[in-house]
Design a binder for this molecule. Structure first.
Ligand code: CAA
Length: 259
């Protein structure tokens, strides 16, 4: 399937999804969200893909939802047109494989919110983050008021949401919005290095670990611990668990087959 607003490349078990509307700084319209949803749903079901990298390329991640598309919208239209963004973000958030966001330049509004559904965020040193929706008379409507406080705490999230101010990569690192800041020219090599490190682990354990964290965050602690225990127990039915522990005892690297 050919997409018009995103690029999809799959190589050595790593899928790279690149936003591709450079003329409008990768502004996210319904078509981008629909194509992202479709590509992500397909990749989620592809066992050959071990890790996903989402990026906007070397210059900009995304300057937010497409304001041109939103400007004259009515409340009824927004109710309906909100769906592609929610659907895409939910599909990406629930992909069984780890998702890494590789962020250069602006990650604003819906662009910043897109990074929040990744498992890990790597920022180039030229990255800037912000939720400027308040300056447009709206609020972050693609999960920003929900996912950001869960990631960095309510106080810091509210400061960003209420002010609409942009913050630089180092500040994003300091408040826990990103995992790592790297020189801009190393962004993709660093993201791929991390992806490869994840891909070399046992694929079943990786999926279970992601599910255990994500599902656990939706539960109270006791239910989360029960869920974790079920995931943990189930992994003892895999060949990878036998191989991982045998390899440790034989003092050699494990060879995981993902089963
Ligand atoms: N939607 C549509 N077009 C956008 C856009 C957006 N979010 N952001 C930038 N563009 C377009 C500009 O209109 C401009 O197009 P033209 O060349 O045709 O004029 C082009 O991209 C380049 O942008 P600028 O000339 O503005 O570039 P700059 O370097 O001077 O400024 C910027 C960059 C600070 C990111 C500025 O473009 C900006 O403030 N963009 C809007 C950011 C924003 O408010 N994002 C939130 C959107 S709302 C949202 O995301 C809702 C939600 O929660 C889902």
């Amino acid at each position: 399937m050919a997409y018009e607003t995103i690029l999809v490349e799959i190589e050595d078990g790593i899928a790279m999804l690149t936003l591709n509307r450079p003329a409008v700084l990768n502004a996210l319209n319904d078509q981008v969200f629909s194509e992202l949803a479709e590509a992500a749903a397909k990749i989620a079901n592809d066992p050959s893909v071990r890790v996903i990298i989402i990026t906007g390329g070397e210059k900009v991640f995304a300057a937010g939802a497409d304001i041109g598309q939103m400007a004259s919208a009515t409340a009824v239209e927004v109710t309906i047109s909100n769906r592609p963004s929610h659907r895409a973000l939910q599909i990406i958030e629930n992909m069984p494989q780890p998702v890494i966001a590789a962020i250069a330049g602006y990650a604003l509004g819906g662009g910043c919110e897109l990074t929040l559904v990744a498992d890990v965020r790597i920022a180039a040193d030229n990255a800037q983050f912000g939720l400027p929706e308040i300056k447009l008379g709206i609020l972050p409507g693609a999960g920003g008021t929900q996912r950001l406080p869960r990631l960095i705490g309510a106080g810091r999230a509210k400061e960003l949401i209420f002010s609409g101010d942009f913050i630089k990569a180092e500040e994003a690192l300091r408040i826990g919005l990103v995992n790592k800041v790297v020189p801009a020219d190393l962004l993709f090599s660093e993201a791929k290095k991390m992806a490869k490190r994840f891909a070399d682990r046992g694929a079943v354990a990786l999926r279970m670990a992601k599910s255990s964290v994500n599902e656990g965050l939706r539960m109270d602690l006791e239910a989360g611990l029960q869920y974790e225990h079920k995931c943990f127990s189930l992994l003892f039915a895999t060949e990878d668990q036998k191989e991982g522990m045998k390899a440790f005892l034989e003092k050699r690297p494990a060879k995981f087959l993902g089963r």
